[in-house]
Ligand binder design. Structure first.
Ligand SMILES: *Cc1c(COP(=O)(O)O)cnc(C)c1O
Length: 412
């Protein structure tokens, strides 16, 4: 085994099961391993690297700001925060923003805002506010968040969980309407479920949810940590349904592939439940993160990354749907957010990813049966054509009589 991997296994917690490759360098859509082999990155660190690796403008801003003022804390103002929040509000159509670092922190912020809004504004009796989430969701790893998860793997052994959390089927607006009670504060939902397996709800689902939420005075909060900032061919995936949510959570690509940067954005009426002292983060909104976050937003606009995601996504999706393989159950997604569902009786998604890796294409399975394809948004036509050929060849290879089914894993 690679000595670096062996060493990591000895000292690291084993909370991940990475593909056996040690990455040492990245540039645009490519990464290189410790033996100098090049790979096309179709994983983009779960969409954190939508801008591509080591984007020169982002690296430039990072270095410049790091040398000037890195961390100031919110005990003082910095000259970097206002321009970042202003641009984020402008682009998303929201009125205000609260900066955090990781996605989970911004989701927690949204949940706190929703609960306090329910008490202060909606008039829900103290201690009764409820947040509804959708089955198959992924919103992060804190105890409150995994308390909303329907995945035993995320939950088991971590309880007890906070009360006031409910889970309903995803993609079914009537289930939302049935679940809403007088003390419901918010419906928290991903416009397309990412970790759940690139699950695209029926057309009009989010618009119907928005209408139901409005009618019942419930906040619609969209977690666009993974779907946001161009990934699905719109700046925000909610735009596919012409929905502007009451609250919006961004992360991942907001850090330009360099830093953890997240935001909770909302209308003033919602955001104003926060007062000095009732919420915060030492690193949230620090000058380094704010400078990189602003540049990340500007690069998306200047390089037309949203339009490119839409165009490349259409091309890639069409080509993948034309692949005639008995291993494929379904190809689905929007923009450059694509999942190939693999028939588990024929191969595990993990095996497909391992074979793709051998061919120089990096991806990762999600939920055992789905191969996720989410490259940096500026990926070129030639790179996509090359990827399609590797996927075609890999699936053809795996069509052969099932070898060593026990060793391929993931088949239950
Ligand atoms: C990744 C992700 C999160 C959690 O973000 P972290 O930065 O890992 O805490 C939350 N929601 C969605 C939809 C995500 O994809």
């Amino acid at each position: 085994m690679n000595p670096t991997i062996e060493r990591e296994n000895r000292y690291s917690a084993h909370n991940y099961h990475p593909l056996p490759v040690v990455l040492v360098r990245g540039e645009a859509a490519y990464v290189w391993d410790d033996a100098g082999k090049r790979y096309l990155d179709m994983m983009s660190a779960y969409s954190a690297v939508s801008h591509g690796h080591a984007h020169p403008r982002l690296v430039g801003v990072l270095a410049e700001q790091a040398a000037r003022l890195g961390i100031a804390s919110r005990a003082f103002h910095s000259d970097r925060l206002a321009p970042f929040l202003e641009r984020a509000c402008e682009l998303t159509g929201q009125e205000s923003a609260l900066p955090m670092n990781t996605g989970a922190e911004a989701v927690e912020t949204a949940m706190k805002a929703a609960r306090k809004w329910a008490y202060d504004v909606k008039g829900v009796p103290a201690g009764r506010a409820e947040i509804i989430a959708a089955r198959g969701n992924f919103h992060g790893r804190t105890i409150a968040i995994v308390g909303m998860s329907s995945d035993p793997g995320y939950r088991e052994g971590f309880g007890p969980f906070p009360p006031g959390l409910a889970v309903i089927p995803y993609g079914d607006a009537r289930a939302l309407e049935a679940a809403i009670q007088p003390h419901t504060a918010a419906f928290l939902v991903e416009p397309i479920q990412g970790e759940g397996g690139i699950v695209v709800p029926p057309p009009g689902y989010l618009a119907a949810c928005a209408e139901i939420c409005r009618r019942h005075r419930v906040l619609l909060i969209c977690d666009e940590i993974q779907t946001g900032l161009g990934r699905t061919g719109k700046l925000l995936a909610a735009e596919h349904d012409s929905v502007k949510p009451d609250g919006l959570v961004l992360g991942k690509a907001l850090g330009g592939g360099l830093l953890p940067v997240s935001l909770f954005l909302a209308r003033r009426e919602v955001m104003d439940v926060f007062e000095p002292g009732n919420h915060g983060s030492t690193f949230g909104g620090n000058p380094l993160a704010a400078a990189v976050g602003l540049e990340a937003l500007n690069v998306i606009v200047d390089e037309r990354l949203v339009e490119r995601s839409a165009e490349s996504g259409r091309y890639f999706m069409t080509a993948l749907q034309r692949l005639d393989s008995p291993l494929i159950v379904e190809v689905r997604g929007k923009g450059l957010f694509i999942g190939i569902e693999i028939d588990p009786a024929r191969a595990s998604a993990r095996t497909v990813c391992e074979r793709l890796m051998d061919r120089g294409l990096l991806s990762k399975e999600t939920h055992k049966t789905v191969v996720r394809l989410a490259p940096p948004l500026a990926i070129g036509r030639e790179q996509l054509d090359w990827a399609i050929e590797q996927i075609r060849a890999t699936l053809a290879e795996l069509e052969e009589p099932r070898e060593r089914p026990a060793a391929t894993g993931g088949i239950r």
